[in-house]
Design a protein around this ligand. Structure first.
Ligand code: 4AD
Ligand code: MG
Length: 477
């Protein structure tokens, strides 16, 4: 096939020259103006056909959704809405699209409807913008870490350890479920399974990242993680991507600095490199906001909200301080929280996190030093023996976007905590080895990639920022 020029590049290409473009028809107006999109950018290229000289059978096949190859001369546009246009003198239909049955008509479709046709939704302005931004964020994550000499560790997806307790796991097996081999005591004989033991899909790459950090110092993982929790919310997926840096010799403060720097870097990156898409998503969001009741409307436009996060220091406070604020807050006193805050030790729900971020501080918040009871076994115990060196980064509209901690590097304290939490230490001896052989303070965190994309794009449902969402009852495509 002849060389094609990407539509993105056409807009800055020299005029009065011939180009070939390929893409899909968005609209065809008056048998004369084709709006062609190839996904390289948000904007369509206008191709003009001088209709009298054209074969009407060909023109009939230029329908919304059809794939075309167009050759022609690029000229400065006379019309409004575009700077250049292509005067087509050769059009080839690469793929027909029957307008009678094509589900994506050129009109506004609801996000719910588009979710049902997720295989086609890439072809809309909203989803092409989201997935270009998602790509830019993924690239920026690697760039951020590479520029800082971090090593990308590929942690396993199939794991033999189910000890982290980050969430319910999906089992991986090749056993015939109709004929499960059993031991004499009636339990499943996993020795007969593919790996010779019970295995699951990973909930996190952290424990493996820790092994890497205790030799390479600065490492990160970036991969898919799986949680079989039955959380049918707009912020949970059963399959999501997580970025988990882990750094030797870092303490909780260093960890917070890294998290804040990273988030600010990523948001700045998108503002700089995805300007057209973000402007479009801002416009989309403001139209959505207009139909909401006044009280639920966001006070800030998308770009202002993003800039605000870059320009302000995140508020850092302890869980204990946060509980005091929440206990005395108006919604708590007026019984407006679904889960009222009564005493220290309560786990924070998203409504509490969002109150702190959106109403009280009105900026991103990092909460630290949570009660040990509501956090994982590997977090470093504070001197009071009650709280651990945990940190959660809370974002407006999202709640928790990052969860992390300084790790318990002291062998005895770690083993004690594991025993208290009924975590089998023999099975985890590989993890404990890092604390036996040259242990050092270290810290890390996990950033939920889709929650970041959600924030940056101003979307409200996490199912709209991953191409093919998996959630309870749904594994389509
Ligand atoms: O707080 P979590 O469970 O932390 C961990 O898994 C640690 N091992 C991370 C670490 O210290 N290396 O999850 C981290 C983040 C959350 O803050 C959230 O953004 C995201 O992962 N997350 C989810 N995103 C979408 N769907 C879900 N079901 C999620 N569960 C967690
Ligand atoms: Mg968490």
């Amino acid at each position: 096939m002849a060389k094609r020029t990407r539509i993105k590049d056409i807009f800055s290409a020299e005029t009065e020259k011939r180009y070939t473009v390929m893409g899909w028809v968005r609209t065809f107006r008056n048998n004369q103006f084709i709006a062609l999109n190839d996904g390289s950018c948000l904007s369509n290229l206008q191709a003009v056909v001088d209709f009298e000289n054209w074969d009407t059978n060909l023109l009939k096949r230029i329908t919304t959704g059809a794939a075309l190859r167009i050759e022609g001369n690029l000229i400065t546009s006379q019309g409004k809405g575009q700077t250049v246009e292509l005067v087509a003198d050769k059009i080839e239909i690469l793929g027909d699209c029957d307008p009678e049955i094509y589900p994506l008509q050129p009109k506004k479709h609801s996000l719910e409807f588009l979710r049902e046709i997720a295989h086609l939704r890439f072809r809309t302005n909203t989803f092409s913008a989201i997935f270009r931004v998602r790509h830019a964020l993924a690239f920026a994550i690697h760039k951020f870490f590479n520029d800082r000499n971090f090593v990308y560790i590929h942690s396993p997806i199939v794991t033999g350890s189910d000890a982290e307790g980050a969430g319910e796991m999906f089992q991986v097996t090749t056993l015939d479920l109709n004929q499960i081999p059993r031991n004499e005591d009636g339990n499943i004989n996993f020795k007969k399974d593919f790996f010779g033991k019970a295995t699951n899909l990973t909930v996190s790459g952290q424990l493996e990242a820790e092994l890497g950090a205790l030799a390479l110092c600065d490492v990160y993982t970036f991969g898919p993680t799986f949680r079989a929790e039955n959380s049918n919310t707009s912020r949970h997926l059963a399959e999501f991507w997580m970025i988990e840096p882990e750094v030797a010799f870092n303490d909780l403060n260093d960890n917070m600095d890294l998290a804040e720097d990273m988030l600010k870097y990523l948001i700045s990156y998108v503002l700089e490199y995805c300007a057209e898409d973000i402007a479009f998503l801002e416009q989309r969001l403001s139209e959505e906001e207009k139909v909401k009741p006044q009280a639920d409307r966001s006070e800030m436009a998308l770009r202002d909200k993003l800039k605000f996060c870059i320009e302000n220091d995140f508020e850092r406070l302890t869980y204990t301080e946060a509980i005091d604020i929440l206990k005395n807050s108006t919604p708590n006193k007026k019984g407006k929280f679904q889960y009222p805050i009564e005493k220290w030790g309560a786990d924070l729900q998203s409504e509490h996190e969002r109150y702190l971020v959106e109403k009280h501080f009105k900026k991103p918040v990092i909460l630290t030093n949570y009660p040990k009871e509501i956090k994982a076994f590997y977090m470093r115990m504070d001197d009071d023996d009650k709280t651990v060196r945990a940190m959660d980064v809370l974002f407006p509209g999202i709640g928790e976007i990052i969860g992390g901690s300084q790790r318990e590097e002291r062998y005895d304290k770690l083993v004690k905590r594991m025993e208290e939490m009924h975590i089998p230490t023999e099975e985890m001896s590989w993890f404990l080895d890092t604390r036996r052989y040259g242990t050092v303070p270290h810290a890390g965190f996990g950033l939920g990639f889709e929650r970041l994309v959600l924030f940056v794009t101003g979307m409200t449902n996490i199912r709209d920022v991953i191409p093919f969402p998996r959630f309870p009852g749904n594994a389509e495509f």
